[in-house]
Design a binder for this molecule. Sequence first.
Ligand SMILES: [Cu+2]
Length: 68
Amino acid sequence: MQTVTIQIAGMVCGGCSGTVQKALLALEGVGQADVSHVAGTAVVIFDPAQIQPSQIQATIEAAGYAVR
Ligand SMILES: [Cu+2]
């Protein structure tokens, strides 16, 4: 498993971070996702054999937030 920290713009409350976290955890290959709207980050633990960081970023964007 690898860890990636992604900077996210546009999250303003716990609902936002919850939405992003739920979307990330639904991905095959994502083991853990700690999303903070205060820090504006998502720390994602993933299996590089199953998913790439670019797909994780695309999922965040599809949820309505911008990756910085
Ligand atoms: Cu919000």
